[in-house]
Write a protein that binds this ligand. Structure first.
Ligand code: CS2
Ligand code: MG
Length: 401
């Protein structure tokens, strides 16, 4: 089965998504997510200018060989753009293989090892009361795990909280700089979780994303004060380029730690995993080289008691959600999947078989990944540049959003 054509589809149903479609000589096609939020066209160009010409004529069934060829032939290996491009090819080839063999990808990965993959959704309020109300709503809707984010009193805007005008981030977002105060955040978050845990009781799994904004000792201080509220995890407490920062953090708290949505290869987390400095790795199929590489990260993590909780915000397309669902149902140390809501327009653009029921994600039984893209609709949804924000600290220093 030879690859006959491959094309990059950029579409914006409220936010930008990049999708690779690979077509074989027998007419079977597969799709892969190539979306890198805020830098989408870099991956689109990397694919169309440099990767697609290498794919034409290759055997579509040889996934590992194609992965290794694209990784090594780049010479300038690793990095978010390269690995998102390789990820898109990888997902599309798994999709093709499943369709050719008439079986869902999870069956090719070893079959099911759980009834359903636990998911978490987002409670994001501009006040504690509003946040608690959203937690209750999500629990009533069947979620067993909820990520809790709330605007810090005194700040105007921050990651994980809708803007004052009610708009979420996404299409056409101009480059903005939000004021930030780590001290105000550190004072506030323990009070937030005291209120939320008091409101919902001990059972719901509560998660929090510190979004790379703390130092190791600040994060240790926070993690210690959150221990009584038994979080499922504290995420991205510290930027992880310097993996040893988590050695310091781990020393100060037993609050479970998650990191890695920005990781794109196993090398980004080898020390974290080998030394047990974290409990969960957050890499997602689209950013970490696809299903093929994510499985290698999971297999490396498993003997070290480290689990996988894939990133799954709304800026990762339903194609990545499909790949994560197949990966998660078939991977022993997959623990939880983020379920960031997609707009109705996005669901229309990407019809899919995956579903969330009773707090669990199901990949469906369709051959391949069970997801598609409506190319006619995509053609009506032009790309519009959008940026992720940054923060400015009190003294004007730039910080992490
Ligand atoms: C966040 C993401 O969902 C998360 O855990 O960290 O929303 C992240 O901010 C976006 O994916 C960045 O594009
Ligand atoms: Mg995050």
């Amino acid at each position: 089965m030879k690859i006959e054509d491959a094309r990059v589809i950029v579409a914006s149903p409220g936010r930008n998504y990049v999708t690779l479609k690979i077509v074989t000589d027998g007419g079977i096609y597969g799709i892969g997510d190539a979306t890198l939020n805020g830098r989408e066209l870099a991956v689109a160009s990397y694919l169309s200018e440099h990767v697609v010409p290498l794919l034409i004529g290759r055997e579509a069934m040889n996934i590992e060989d194609t992965w290794q060829l694209l990784y090594r032939s780049a010479y300038w290996r690793r990095g978010p753009v390269t690995m998102a491009a390789i990820a898109a090819v990888d997902m599309a080839l798994w999709d093709i293989k499943g369709k050719e063999l008439g079986t869902p990808v999870w069956n090719l990965l070893g079959g099911r090892c759980r009834d359903g993959l636990l998911v978490y959704s987002h409670a994001s309020g501009r006040s504690v009361d509003q946040t608690i109300e959203q937690v209750h709503t999500l629990i009533a809707a069947g979620y067993r795990a909820v990520r809790v984010q709330c605007l810090v009193p005194g700040l105007e805007a921050m990651y994980g909280v809708p803007r004052a005008d009610g708009a979420g981030d996404g299409k056409g977002l101009p480059f903005v700089e939000n004021d930030w105060s780590s001290q105000a955040y550190l004072r506030f978050v323990p009070t937030l979780f005291a209120a939320v845990r008091d409101a919902v009781g001990p059972k719901p799994a509560l998660l929090h994303d510190a979004h790379h904004r703390l130092t190791p000792t600040q994060a240790g201080w926070l993690g210690k004060r959150l221990e009584d509220f038994q979080l499922f995890w504290l995420e991205d407490a510290v930027p992880a380029e310097w993996q040893d920062g988590y050695k310091i953090l781990r020393h100060h708290t037993t609050t479970p730690l998650a990191v890695g949505e920005v990781f794109n290869t196993i090398f980004d987390c080898d020390r974290l995993v080998r030394n047990g400095w974290v409990d969960y790795i957050r890499a997602a199929p689209v950013h970490a080289g696809g299903i093929t590489h994510l499985r290698k990260i999971a297999d490396y993590a498993a003997p070290h008691h480290v689990k996988i909780g894939c990133h799954g915000a709304g800026d990762l397309s339903p194609v990545t959600m499909a790949a994560a669902a197949h990966f998660g149902i078939a991977t022993y140390n997959a623990a939880i999947q983020e379920h960031g809501e997609h707009s109705a327009a996005t669901h229309r653009l990407f019809p899919h078989h995956w579903s969330v029921t009773d707090g669990y994600l199901q990949p469906g039984d369709a051959p391949g990944l069970g997801v598609d893209i409506d190319e006619d609709l995509a053609g009506q949804l032009p790309y519009e540049r959008a940026y992720l924000p940054v923060t400015r600290l009190e003294d004007g220093t730039v910080g992490d959003w």
